[in-house]
Design a protein around this ligand. Sequence first.
Ligand SMILES: C[S@@+](CC[C@H](N)C(=O)[O-])C[C@H]1O[C@@H](n2cnc3c(N)ncnc32)[C@H](O)[C@@H]1O
Length: 274
Amino acid sequence: MLALPSITNFIKEARGIDLDSFRPSFLKRRLSKRTGVTNCTDLGEYYKLLKQNQDEIDALLNELTINVSWFFRSSISCEFLKANILPALIQNKTNRKDNLIRIWSAGCACGEEPYTMAILLNEVLKQEADQITVQIFATDVDKTALLRAKKGIYGRDAVKNIPYGLLTKYFNQSNDHFQINSVIREMVHFSDFDLLDKKHFSPPEAVFANFDIVTCQNVLIYYQLSAQKQIFAKLTQSVAKGGYLILGEAEELVNSQKAVFRKVFDLGRIYQKH
Ligand SMILES: C[S@@+](CC[C@H](N)C(=O)[O-])C[C@H]1O[C@@H](n2cnc3c(N)ncnc32)[C@H](O)[C@@H]1O
């Protein structure tokens, strides 16, 4: 039995994630770490353990940092969105008498990123709130993460970056758990969607693309260049003309996309489509 393909097939079936498209050196290093930590003698034994123990799937995904996320992950980009991008977007919409703001969080993990966007918008939308409809679509390939996202309950690590005033305004605390309030929860629509899906370039639930903001942070870093290109093709097609694409702090546009976007923020990865 070849243990590595068995493991990648098993994870694809169990959690939808295609580890075959991941950077091989990264994948092998992390698998070998979990093999050691769990006292397995080799990958074959580790594969057997994975099949018997659901918790080990979570542990492996954590080791790969796949599901790791937190609110206001890039605080500086959040500040920039709040101070510049969102007010400009709202002004632009108001001028054009267009009352719809559409956002897509692609690779949303347990909801921290789309809920952060919802909080920021809620903070910025003041007198325009009655005239503007906000649609936030949040997708991930991992259905277990989406179930957690819909519940909206988080531990201390996930909320550690949230400014205190916003934490008390938008969360209900019970001991060590923080639940996002219903106003914010109802702003986000979650569904499963694989960014490597060959049929659709944006989530079918969103009906049409034309997103004002597409945020896809800390997803591309795991993938080999060929997979990154496939994902970029989707993201690019989904951003409306003049709309924004937000990447994670360690992520860059691939060459083919550099002519399509211009960077609008020196200190973060926020791009505007020409
Ligand atoms: C590290 S988390 C990033 C979460 C959030 N965007 C952030 O920056 O904090 C990466 C997420 O991407 C998801 N993901 C990985 N490959 C994917 C794919 N092909 N399609 C959709 N989601 C994917 C994982 O399941 C995981 O929830």
